[in-house]
Write a protein that binds this ligand. Structure first.
Ligand code: NI
Length: 181
């Protein structure tokens, strides 16, 4: 096991209070252990996306943000115009006096979609957001497109199928068991 390091984090008071409640609910021994799990989860997602290579994906990026945040709306629009070939549609909802939600439908190579999503998610003033990616239906069912993760055996009459699927990029939202301290 590598050496443990300590580092400082600047965080809003109410955000930390809420995080501490989550830490307690999920029965983590410490805030640090919960943070380590979040970091590992992000790293796993990143590895999965790397392996998906340049496969074309469909994505929906949901963003919740404060539209009063300085220049945020302009920055968001500029980023989307810079990558207009990937932006299929945008749904904008005014959810309260301060907050807006945008759902951006994207289509493009895995890496490009992830990079655009990250650029938008990391803008100052974006409070929450998440990218969900999926594949066009014919790719999901066509083993030939990524045969390293699908094994199909067909008996020729089209009635008997044996599929073994291991989906890349699948979200691992299931709670980790907390035994790895
Ligand atoms: Ni709005």
């Amino acid at each position: 096991m590598s050496e443990l390091l300590r580092f400082g984090v600047s965080i809003e008071n109410d955000l930390l209070e809420s995080f501490d409640k989550l830490v307690a609910e999920r029965k983590y021994a410490t805030r640090s252990e919960a943070l380590r799990d979040l970091i590992r989860d992000a790293l796993v997602q990143s590895r999965l996306e790397e392996r998906a290579g340049d496969m074309e994906v469909l994505g929906t990026l949901t963003l919740v943000y404060d539209h009063h945040a300085h220049e945020l709306s302009d920055q968001m629009a500029a980023l989307q115009h810079d990558h207009h070939e990937m932006v299929i549609s945008v749904l904008h909802v005014h959810i309260s006096h301060d907050d807006c939600m945008e759902v951006i439908v994207l289509r493009g190579r895995t890496k490009a979609v992830r990079e655009l999503a990250d650029a938008l998610l990391s803008l100052k003033g974006v409070k929450h957001g998440k990218l969900f990616t999926t594949l066009p239906a014919q790719i999901i069912t066509d083993g030939a497109r990524h045969s390293n993760t699908h094994t199909h055996s067909h008996n020729g009459n089209g009635h008997k199928h044996s599929h073994k699927h291991s989906h890349k990029g699948r979200k691992t939202t299931a709670r980790r068991n907390n035994s790895s301290k």
